[in-house]
Design a binder for this molecule. Sequence first.
Ligand code: SF4
Ligand code: SF4
Ligand code: SF4
Length: 369
Amino acid sequence: MTTPKVNANHAPAVKEIHVVWMTTGLSCDGDSVSTTAASLPSIEDVVLGAIPGLPKVHLHNPVLAYEVGDDFMQYWHKAAAGELEPFVLVLEGSVPNEEIKSEGYWAAMGTDPNTGQPITTNEWIDRLAPKATAVIAAGTCATYGGIHAMQGNPTGAMGLADYLGWNWRSKAGLPIVNVPGCPVQPDNMMETLLYLLYQVAGLAPMIPLDDQLRPTWLFGKTVHEGCDRGSYYEQGDFAHEYGSPKCLVKIGCWGPVVNCNVTKRGWMDGIGGCPNVGGICIACTMPGFPDKFMPFMDEPPGATFSSMLISSYGPLIRSLRAITNRAVNQEPKWRHRGPELTTGYEPDYYGEGNGAPNGNGHAHHQHHH
Ligand code: SF4
Ligand code: SF4
Ligand code: SF4
């Protein structure tokens, strides 16, 4: 995997670029917090002008901004009015479905000066996406729906591409760029943002994306392919409890079928990366997360079979694994737009008093046909 080359020797096509970063999807702000740990490049490098050839970058992010209230919201209104050109829109958090109810709202930011009413996140996406030169979904909530979009949720939450459409293009012809992770790996986010800033400045070719709209050079390999416990796996030497340095597949590691580079890249400054440091991979980057990987602490299906036979049947295992990888690279079917909630949410559930949700089995649809 090679990172595509940018050409920073030419003058940029624009003098300034804005980054309008919304954290008002259904979000925990974890991706903003995570990104403050980036060093390749750091946020400071980008906004303070340390990157060769890059125009002046203005970052507008509610977690990191000094401005508050109207002073902060002015950038949103300017961007919507076409007065903040050019800008990259970043969405953090999943997109709730505001169509499934007749009153109230799930998520909003700022107020409409004409009505005094909150402006919903969906309304902001509708206003800003057509004006943005490039759009990034940061974190698994924004990319595919994530935790908020799991089975039985009441909001009908979905990823940005489910909301705008998987074939959506910006006014500059760019697809949505998905950088999943819960939270997003800091350098994955900043490297992708930097790539797009170079592209907006006319200094880089089209960003290469896979069919889930992920940068190919970041998500083209599995956790397992980069894991430093791989030789234990190959020797059939497995951990049966936490704290062991051996392969974690028997205690629930999903690494063999998960597209994520933290085992190669680490978390901060090359340090960490879930299985490298003893944490099972729970597949937090994946379109099928969390539903297709629960319950998290169980041994993944196929793990016994594949770990028993790995030495003599490697090619067979690889093809079986490719089938699983394809299945977990698809989102569950209830993440979509429209007036109907199909997550299996049952509003009277808490009244039944049995204390356990209708977890991993079949969905009870709210509307029966
Ligand atoms: Fe928080 Fe994870 Fe969602 Fe990011 S993807 S907003 S870290 S829950
Ligand atoms: Fe693969 Fe997980 Fe074992 Fe690492 S710990 S070798 S990712 S199964
Ligand atoms: Fe998420 Fe697994 Fe990657 Fe860790 S290794 S960040 S759990 S996908």
